[in-house]
Design a protein around this ligand. Structure first.
Ligand code: ZN
Ligand code: FE
Length: 256
């Protein structure tokens, strides 16, 4: 495996195009917009070697064609006709080696935000699109609370040190909600201080880690008494299973 770095390229208001690079090549995850990628690769004199797509939303795949116009590279993505450019459609458990870098990736199907959403896990990294965010999770556009619950908990079984590269810079607004759903969580308050400092300096709050999410993310802390209590208060009835707790706080956050 080559020596590489992972660079966040900003797109739109708050998307990140995560870019794995070394001194000569780059692979991009979820290029919603080709322009910031082309600018970066040209400035750094890098050639594109691959595109990875986690799900079909335009803010994650909109730059595919613009990049493919310059470089004919493999596009790894889900079985979903809505992303026409995918050359390697990958099911749960599929493995592939990232060209140029030699990093072995495994694919996890994680439906919930969309029905065909996948994550890429390899080299100690997780690229999880809009399913898992720092201190939050994606909206349920095409999935059920049960699916989102199961997807999040599959990710939580990865090693705690796994670096979590999410699709958006949503951390501060997620923390604002998380403090309501999981009051008195000391780890969450610590994260807030750190994230505010990072944002004040114009730095990304990502990557997170699986360990950090277990400590701070209310959507995976659905068996914690404090989260159950606040979800039950929101629902107006006692909730006693994790999926109902997740459903309640997801709905609560939609209007928070
Ligand atoms: Zn999305
Ligand atoms: Fe998105």
């Amino acid at each position: 495996m080559s020596i590489h770095e992972v660079i966040p390229l900003r797109a739109f208001a708050d998307n990140y195009v995560w870019t794995i690079r070394d001194s000569t090549g780059a692979a991009v995850v979820d290029p919603g917009d080709a322009r910031p990628v082309l600018e970066y690769l040209d400035a750094e004199k890098l050639k594109l070697v691959a595109i990875l797509n986690t799900h079909h939303h335009a803010d994650h795949v909109g730059g595919n064609t613009g990049l493919l116009g310059r470089w004919k590279v493999p596009v790894y993505g889900p079985y979903d006709e809505r992303i026409r450019e995918v050359t390697h459609r990958l099911k749960d458990g599929a493995q592939f080696t990232l060209p140029h870098f030699g990093i072995d990736f495994e694919v996890l199907e994680i439906p919930g935000h969309t029905r065909s959403h996948i994550a890429f896990h390899g080299g100690g990294m997780l690229f999880c699109g809009d399913t898992l965010f720092a201190a939050g999770c994606g909206r349920l556009f095409e999935g059920t609370p049960r699916q989102m619950h199961d997807s999040l908990f599959r990710l939580m079984r990865l090693p705690d040190a796994t670096r979590v590269y999410c699709g958006h810079e949503y951390t501060l607004s997620n923390i604002r909600f998380a403090k309501a759903a999981d009051p008195d969580n000391a780890a969450l308050l610590e994260l807030e201080v750190k994230a505010k400092q990072q944002r004040d300096r114009g730095l990304p709050t990502l990557p997170s880690t699986i360990g950090q999410e277990k400590a701070t993310n209310p959507f995976v802390r659905v068996s914690e008494p404090a989260v159950i209590a606040s979800a039950s208060r929101y629902a107006g009835k006692a909730l006693n299973d994790p999926v109902s707790v997740l459903a309640a706080i997801r709905e609560w956050k939609n209007t928070f």
